[in-house]
Design a protein around this ligand. Structure first.
Ligand code: ATP
Ligand code: HSE
Length: 325
């Protein structure tokens, strides 16, 4: 088996994401212009060195359990290449952890694309040699979406982090993610009038915890109502933002999770009562407001308790990028 060569270094940038956007549970994702940056360098000196600054510094493990490192190893296994002898991972994280902003998907996507990039010429005979410093290193974005979605357990965050913009993901032949099925994603352009405001609390909520409280089944009427709003949501986000408030109504997950994030739902209820298209971002506890450009200043200026940090990220039109160093 070929080994990833020593003496290579890549700079990987991956955006955060907001999943669900109300009724698009486990399928709709939106990239957010908050970024994790990684430099991954191979060497022939055995060992692993991990340095983390920014979000998660002093909290995430800096050994082989680190999520990006574990993903690199997993991806090289899937690709059938031997990991390099030595590896250095420098992380500068701008995506808040466990706030519903897709931090785990961001990290997983970083690992998947870095692993592909560092072995690109080992895998692709047609690709001659290692790129010059600053050049984009080619990766298979479809494979990246699929592998990252499998590792994450749902495709909504991973697809937005890989592709940027607005994404809708589905499984061709079923409801669950498994090795035999490849995630498919449609990448949509957000209507140019749509802007986002994100309210981030100090409290954290692990996605695993938030998923554990969801019911196994929902009433047909709720499923039918949600399907209609999810369809309307795609129309509102791409063609007619006037429908955003109606389109972001959810019956599948937010109410079931209310006891897990009461302050979040209180803010969502308040903003919705004021006509804002407010939803829980991902599995919470952040709140995402989808607004139009003319109303964005009002949303940004609204009075808010001090425990909420207000962010105004762009929606990047591209997702993960990898450049040689
Ligand atoms: N950049 C990172 N480096 C290392 N580990 C990370 C990184 N980002 C996230 N993680 C790990 O993932 C955990 C958070 O994942 P989790 O799925 O619970 O929340 P999230 O992805 O931030 O939110 P959501 O999935 O609701 O959008 C962190 O506690 C940490 O263990
Ligand atoms: N669709 C997932 C997103 C987690 O970020 C959930 O709500 O559990």
């Amino acid at each position: 088996m070929n080994r990833v060569p020593a003496g290579r270094s890549v700079h990987v940038r991956v955006p955060a994401s907001s999943a669900n956007l109300g009724p698009g549970f486990d399928s709709i994702g939106l990239a957010l212009g908050l970024w994790d940056d990684y430099v991954v360098t191979t060497s022939d000196t055995p060992g692993l060195v991990i340095e983390v600054t920014g979000e998660g510094a002093g909290e995430v493990p800096t050994d082989e359990r680190h999520l990006v490192h574990a993903t690199l190893e997993h991806t090289w296994g899937v690709l059938g290449v031997e990991p390099p002898t030595g590896l250095r991972l420098e992380a500068v994280n701008g995506v808040p952890h466990s706030r519903g902003l897709g931090s785990s998907a961001t990290a997983i996507v970083a690992g998947v694309v870095a692993a592909q990039a560092l072995s690109c010429d080992v895998l692709q005979g047609a690709y001659a040699g290692w790129p010059a410093p600053g050049d984009v290193v080619p990766v298979d974005l479809g494979l990246a979406t699929h592998l990252a979605s499998l590792l994450e357990g749902h495709p909504d965050n991973a697809s937005a982090s890989v592709l940027g913009g607005l994404t809708v993901s589905w499984m061709p032949d079923g409801t669950g993610l498994d090795e035999g099925e490849r995630t498919v994603t449609a990448r949509l352009d957000l209507h140019p009038d749509v802007e986002v405001v994100v309210f981030v609390p100090e409290t954290q909520l692990a996605t695993r915890t938030a998923r554990a409280v969801l019911p196994a089944t929902v009433p047909l009427a709720s499923a039918a109502a949600g399907a209609g709003r999810a369809a309307l949501l795609v129309h509102a986000l791409t063609a007619d933002p006037a429908h955003l408030h109606a389109a972001t109504r959810d019956w599948l997950h937010q109410e079931a999770r209310r006891p897990s994030y009461p302050d979040t739902m209180e803010l969502v209820d308040l903003l919705r009562s004021q006509g804002r298209a407010a939803v829980v971002s991902g599995a919470g506890p952040s709140v995402l407001v989808l607004t139009t450009r003319d109303a964005a200043d009002d949303v940004r200026a609204g009075h808010l308790a001090s425990r909420w940090e207000r962010l105004v990220p762009t929606v990047p039109t591209h997702g993960a990028t990898v450049r040689a160093r």
